[in-house]
Design a protein around this ligand. Structure first.
Ligand SMILES: Cc1cc2nc3c(=O)[nH]c(=O)nc-3n(C[C@H](O)[C@H](O)[C@H](O)COP(=O)(O)OP(=O)(O)OC[C@H]3O[C@@H](n4cnc5c(N)ncnc54)[C@H](O)[C@@H]3O)c2cc1C
Length: 481
């Protein structure tokens, strides 16, 4: 039987096996663990998605339950979609009516924190923010930090290889994970719970599952690397007339701050203006410059670090790397500056229909790219709105657009994605591919790469039950798309 035949078989069989499978699943997770009907519809559908439509949502409590669930579904050819905190932006958790969702929300135990080794063992459903709170009393931190912190799960962070605000200092999720436990499509449990930073004993299997968006296995546990908790922080907002200044300032600050630089975020005038309109956030600097950047350091000695931060900023000013700057003098002021960057509600409201993009390209090409995308968009929709922001220190730009109508989605996407070919850029810096970016994946991945991805998928999930149709359409011998 070919894989394509297998797909058809599972769809035909699904009604026939459905009730038996649901009864078997209920036996595995207990009555409270299986949601159907209205209970499914009442759930959070995720970002940019309507009501959930799925045969059922299964909520395992242990790795063994995940294993039994997957074995039952694999044997029945039942497609499943893993649900983490549902904060992803690329519709990777979207289900079809015939799918079963597996929610990791009940696997939320922090099993151990080892201050000496600076590691923790957690279940996949632990919420990022709760984990960070639990580390405080140990004087440790988990440095991944992103706007979805209150809902995203550590398993979801690993599955999407999440980035966020502090990548410039600590790296993405890939660099925070030391070990994993994962359940394969056929129910096999692979325990790779390494707890050392150095371990060169053959293939680093965990990396295969990190960033694979639930398409190769379900992550059930993680060993995470922890860092010393910073006790000092300094935050400044600067503005500049030219992007070139911002790019130079990034290198200047990083080079002189001796490893303390922890965030360097761009906000362009369009985004800054939307969020600092009267009645929204107070503008720490007037909204009259094309570019703004939030610069933050984290360290261990407030007085010493503040002195260094201020002197480096002063030197940057003398070099003409920005026009004006304001330093946060209290936690309230710091939060006020970050709110301008993190609040997306106003832009979603004002930019309609709203499109959000997350791309990466070399910092040196960013200005030309922004000009090119803006010109192409305005040519087609002169009244269209566009804003750029993002983790510029990591070569990561978020693009917010309000242009055209609902039928113009593809044309708007083309404006943003096509120019990336010129710079060897990526259509997804940190959000993943899911369904949202699937049609554009070939801009960033070659045909041989896609072919190999397809072979890996086929090896680990021959019945294609895990997040079927996400990232790419895998079929044996198709070369991936
Ligand atoms: C306001 C806001 C700001 C954000 N900012 C950032 C940012 O700066 N940087 C960034 O990278 N992201 C950001 N995000 C996106 C999002 O928070 C991340 O992608 C996050 O890592 C998703 O985690 P989740 O638990 O919500 O996963 P979900 O959205 O539930 O799932 C995402 C994918 O992972 C899979 N998955 C989930 N759990 C598992 C598991 N245990 N095993 C296998 N597969 C699994 C799902 O099937 C899906 O494919 C932001 C989101 C919001 C709402």
């Amino acid at each position: 039987m070919t894989i394509a035949d297998g797909h058809k078989a599972s769809q035909c069989l699904s009604e026939e096996v459905s009730s038996r499978l649901l009864a078997d699943l209920a036996e595995v997770v207990g009555q409270g663990g299986l949601l159907t009907g209205e209970d499914v519809k009442a759930r959070n559908p995720g970002v940019f998605m309507d009501e959930i439509s799925a045969r059922a949502i299964v909520r395992p409590r242990t790795t063994q339950e995940v294993s039994r669930i997957l074995k039952l579904c694999n044997d029945a050819g039942q497609p499943v979609v893993v649900h983490g905190g549902m904060s992803g932006w690329v519709r990777a958790t979207q289900t079809k009516p015939e799918d079963i969702a597996i929610s990791m929300e009940l696997m939320d135990a922090i099993e151990s924190i080892d201050p000496e080794n600076r590691t923790a063992v957690v279940e996949a459903g632990v919420i990022l923010e709760s984990f960070e709170e639990a580390l405080e009393s140990h004087g440790l931190t988990f440095p991944l930090d992103l706007g979805g912190r209150g809902s995203c799960q550590l398993g979801g962070n690993a599955s999407t290889n999440a980035g966020g605000m502090r990548v410039i200092r600590y790296g993405m999720m890939r660099e925070q994970v030391l070990g994993l436990e994962v359940v394969l499509a056929d129910g096999r449990v692979i325990s790779a719970m390494n707890n050392m930073i150095k371990n060169n004993t053959g293939y680093d299997l965990k990396q295969l599952f990190i960033g694979s968006e639930g398409s190769l296995g379900i992550i059930t546990k993680l060993v995470l690397r922890l860092r010393e908790r910073p006790v000092s922080s300094n935050t400044a907002l600067v503005c500049a007339d030219r992007f070139e200044q911002i790019a130079k300032l990034l290198r200047f600050m990083d080079g002189r701050l001796g490893g303390l630089l922890s965030a360097f975020e761009l906000v362009d005038n369009s985004f800054y203006s939307v969020n600092t309109l009267v009645g929204r956030h107070n503008p720490p600097l007037p909204a009259d410059k094309p570019f703004y950047a939030i610069i933050e350091t984290l360290g261990s000695d407030q007085e010493r670090d503040t002195d260094l931060f201020e002197s480096v900023l002063m030197a940057g000013s003398e070099e003409g790397l920005f026009s004006d700057a304001i330093l946060a003098r209290s936690e309230r002021e710091r939060e006020g500056i970050w709110a301008i960057r993190e609040d997306l509600e106003n832009v979603v409201r004002d930019f309609q229909p709203f499109y959000a993009f997350d791309v990466s390209l070399p910092v040196g090409d960013m200005e030309e790219y922004m000009q090119r995308v803006t010109a192409t968009l305005k040519k087609q929709w002169p009244d269209g709105k566009i804003a750029f922001l993002g983790h510029v220190g990591d070569g990561n730009l978020h693009v917010a657009i309000g242009a055209g109508g609902a039928e113009d989605r593809e044309a708007v996407e083309r404006c943003v994605y096509e120019p990336l070919r010129n710079y060897g850029g990526s259509v997804s810096a940190e959000h993943g591919i899911g369904l949202e970016k699937k049609p554009w994946l070939e801009i960033s991945r070659s045909a041989p790469e896609l072919g190999l991805m397809s072979e890996i998928k086929t090896l680990l999930d021959p019945n294609m039950i895990l997040n079927r149709g996400k990232i790419f359409d895998s079929a044996v011998g198709s070369g991936a798309r």
